[in-house]
Design a protein around this ligand. Structure first.
Ligand SMILES: CC(C)(COP(=O)(O)OP(=O)(O)OC[C@H]1O[C@@H](n2cnc3c(N)ncnc32)[C@H](O)[C@@H]1OP(=O)(O)O)[C@@H](O)C(=O)NCCC(=O)NCCS
Length: 179
């Protein structure tokens, strides 16, 4: 098996590969991940999410990172650049998704690092995310050096409709000496 390639994808290319990105999102939701959508999400709904994300990337609002193996997209993550005027230094990590066929090989951590680098490249040095406690993402962010700051109960629904909590995390991306 060849090595995975982790890279930022420009908006034009992401638009051309929106079906593949949709496959990854649908696989994660079908697999029970709480990533904004319910289990009965249609392909059209998933495509609409990606078309909006690509339009925002085209406008400079986010970076879309992909993990590819043998030319196929196996995973993706986004760094969303917060537009609020008083938070020009902040970005959010969003839609960290690895297809079930490609998990447990380090793609999640590599995507996380690449999303952090994409934020840094835009001068964004504070990243924030939320994730369901005790799930794969939770472990990934702890391994990636993110700081958990608390849990909010009953925050969202799992794809099957059950309420779930969320844990907030942040990471200061500046070198230690610059803080
Ligand atoms: C969370 C998620 C992105 C992790 O992706 P991944 O590619 O499997 O992540 P990694 O491979 O870096 O790490 C996953 C596990 O594999 C292990 N691993 C990494 N490389 C490995 C290797 N070469 N051999 C064996 N295990 C390995 C890691 O230690 C980790 O173990 P842990 O879960 O017990 O801590 C993925 O499970 C996913 O897409 N889930 C559904 C969507 C989701 O919940 N996203 C987060 C929303 S905030």
């Amino acid at each position: 098996m060849s090595e995975a390639i982790i890279r930022a994808m420009n908006a034009r290319e992401a638009a051309a590969r929106v079906e593949e990105l949709t496959d990854v999102l649908l696989d994660c939701v079908r697999g029970g991940a709480s990533v904004s959508f319910m289990g009965d999400m249609s392909r059209d709904e998933a495509l609409a999410f990606w078309r909006d994300a690509v339009a925002d990337a085209d406008a400079g609002g986010r970076a879309i990172i992909v993990a590819e193996r043998d030319g196929r997209i196996d995973g993706t993550a986004q760094a969303v650049f917060v537009r609020t005027p008083n938070q020009p230094h902040r970005a959010e990590l969003a839609k960290m998704l690895v297809h079930r066929r490609a998990r447990n090989r380090g793609l999640g951590l590599a995507l996380l690092r690449a999303a952090e680098n994409a934020a840094r490249a835009q001068g964004r040095w504070l990243m924030v995310l939320d994730t369901v406690p005790e799930m794969g993402g939770d472990r990934l962010y702890l391994r990636g050096g993110w700081t958990p700051v608390g849990v909010i109960p009953n925050y969202a629904l799992m794809p099957d409709g059950a309420l779930c909590a969320t844990r907030l995390f942040y990471k200061d991306l500046r070198p230690e000496r610059a803080r």
